[in-house]
Design a protein around this ligand. Sequence first.
Ligand code: ZN
Ligand code: MN
Length: 455
Amino acid sequence: MVFKTVIGLEIHVQLKTKSKMFCGCDNKADEAQPNTLVCPVCMGLPGVLPVANKQAIEWVIKTGLALNCEIAKLSKFDRKHYYYPDLPKNYQISQYDTPFCNGGFLEIETKDGPKKINLKRIHLEEDAGKLIHAGDSSLVDLNRTGTPLMEIVTEPDIGSPAEAKIFMQELRSILRYLDVSDADMEKGHLRCDANISISVDGKEGVPVEIKNLNSFRMIERALIFEEKRQIGAIEEGRKIEKETRGWNDSKGESYSQRSKEFAQDYRYFPEPDLPPFDSSAFDIEKLKKEIPELPAQKRERYITMGIKTQDTEILAVDSKMANYFEGVSKAASPKLAANWIINELKMDGILIVSPEDLGEMLQKLEKGEITGKMAKEMLAKMIAGEKVEFKDEVISEGEVGKIIDRVIAANSKPVADIKAGKSQALGFLVGQVMREAKGKANPAIVNKILMERLK
Ligand code: ZN
Ligand code: MN
């Protein structure tokens, strides 16, 4: 039997608009006391009217443009009915058959090279509230109710758990570049459900949905577990049930939640309180122009600057890091900048040391005005928040010459050895000079002068 893993993802992204999707309440549920960011609209009181958030729609269109989607000419919102204690209206305003964006794709780098993952659609909806289970009671917090939620649905083009993780990482990176979401999985800004099936000898498998995968590690682990579970069942001749499963991260296993034998009927119908949207109401050309250089383009450009592929992944991960690297590269060579940022400075360091300061220091290092040792000491000071003056430079060639004269005079034996052709003694003399210079001599200059003197 030939097994093939088939994965599709449904991703919910909380947009970081200033206000909520259909009312003027502040959209910062993370930071507020429960039920303080609410109004009659997002509490679902009878008789209220929703007003759509233009910024949220523009951001969905912008994301769609960045992901190569077709922007729908006509779009509308629909009511999706279900009952849940944190959904006071008993329906969610979502989009059924007319999402803002259709099709599209995202190219990811897999171990077998680049791969296009096609998208089905991107639509906009509102988030529900939160239930907090405390002891015997459950508490409802409606702060999150009405938060703009962008849903991105992929085609089942993902071929392995590792690819699913790479897709999510690349998507997060793009969302951050577009500045439409903080896309922090831990905080639930970016949430993922995965559909996975195993096709056997080219015959389509039975899709199983795993809900609420909220870290990259969890996505990969849950899918690896589910892939093994399904292949094991098929090999033993058991039938795979069409179902929804949850993931228990501490046990490291998925578990059955509910059968999906019968499709749910949400009784979708067009939202009567919101007019349909004509895409000409939005300045699509302007949105297109606002899309910055995205991580894939950045990585490609960094490679042409001589940066190693794996280093480009670190440097292009978000715009903060990329801007930092590009800032340092204005003064120093990109390769040296990349090397110091990745190996010496790391993520925390870029928040403390300005790119101008690091660039200036690396430029001096490249010109031989300071040594590598001095540069490292200076950087440690900068990270510690101390002001570094660049007075502390290497000593002049004249000074180096004087030290060399003293070292030669004091070490007649090694000098004689070198003159007799035993070049091993040269390292000893260089060491002596560097010691006298307290590390402030440029090694290239020391070598040059020593060679001249010992000719
Ligand atoms: Zn509200
Ligand atoms: Mn949804």
